[in-house]
Design a protein. Structure first.
Length: 309
């Protein structure tokens, strides 16, 4: 039996998370999360598998964000504090609620915030900040001065190259008008779990929450204060619909980059695992190395034949 990685995975990483940064930027980020606006955002990422880009529309109101693909598709995904919804043609097709309370300790931030001057962005006054991990610049943020909305985020790899750019190409500070969407009575309930084999720390990332769905799919949500990812563990193999084969340390993973995030899936001896995150490629191997390694049933078949013919 296999499980197809689909909407529940795509929606998860849209959940806002606590960011352990400098106090001034924390205040701006909180203001950004509470602001109301509409914008078009261009996402462009230079991945090992090629450039991935997309133009999306996003709208935020009262802590809830809705995302709309700028294509012929009528599927919409939006999130807010504690959950997400996937809607297609006006009907809710997937939804879930999560209620994590953990945040990273503000007294031990991984990233230091450096003010980098003033800017004029889309004709509006803004301020620029650089996030540093030691001497390494990991991100540059442009924050609208009047509203605190983050208008541009550029993330970097460990060699200083640009990994992803998320930039507003239009911005409307007015409150968006949304149609009323009825909730799905059969929506999937996610329950915080106190029992998990997922580690509390992964390559410098802290596990903020662990959840389990009605079908027994366990997943943990991790962050280092800025970048984040989710790890899924299932008792059946998790199948990625697309992607390439990525091999490291003798193990084989299915990998797919999409604008702004990466997905890995791989079989383990008692099921399957997946990782979905926004972390730069140079961080991937270290995280994968601390998770259960890919299971190769072919190896045991070959071993059996060599021993017993």
């Amino acid at each position: 039996m296999k499980r197809l990685l689909a909407g529940v995975v795509a929606g998860l990483l849209l959940i806002p998370h606590g960011v352990a940064l400098g106090a001034e930027l924390d205040e701006l980020l909180e203001e950004s999360r509470s602001a109301s606006y509409s914008a078009e955002q261009l996402i462009s990422c230079a991945t090992p598998d090629g450039v991935r880009d997309a133009l999306i529309e996003l709208q935020q109101r009262a802590g809830e964000v809705r995302y709309f693909g700028k294509s012929k598709s009528t599927t919409e995904v939006w999130s807010g504090y504690g959950g997400w919804v996937v809607q297609s043609d006006g009907s809710v097709i997937d939804s879930a609620n999560v209620d994590g309370e953990e945040v990273l300790p503000a007294e031990e931030p991984r990233y230091q915030v450096e003010e980098a001057g003033q800017a004029l962005y889309l004709g509006r006054r803004a301020d620029t900040y650089v996030l540093r991990d030691g001497e390494l610049a990991r991100a540059e943020l442009i924050v609208d001065r009047a509203t605190g909305v983050i208008m541009s985020v550029v993330t970097f790899d460990d060699e200083g190259g640009v990994y992803c750019e998320r930039t507003f190409v239009s911005y409307n500070p007015n409150v968006p008008e949304w149609p009323v969407v009825e909730s799905d009575p059969d929506s999937e309930a996610l329950v915080a779990s106190s029992e998990s084999t997922l580690p509390e720390e992964l390559a410098g990332f802290t596990r903020l929450d662990v959840y389990v769905d009605d079908d027994g799919l366990d997943f943990g949500y991790y962050s280092d204060g800025f970048f984040s990812f989710a790890v899924f563990e299932s008792d059946v193999e998790i199948v990625l619909d697309g992607g390439v084969v990525y091999r490291v340390d003798g193990g084989s993973y299915a990998r797919e980059f999409t604008p702004g995030q990466v997905t890995y899936t791989w079989p383990i001896s008692n099921g399957g695992m997946a990782l979905i995150g926004d972390l730069p490629p140079d961080m991937h191997d270290a995280v994968l190395a601390e998770l259960p390694q890919p299971y190769d049933p072919g190896f045991f078949k070959r071993l059996w034949r060599s021993l017993f013919g």
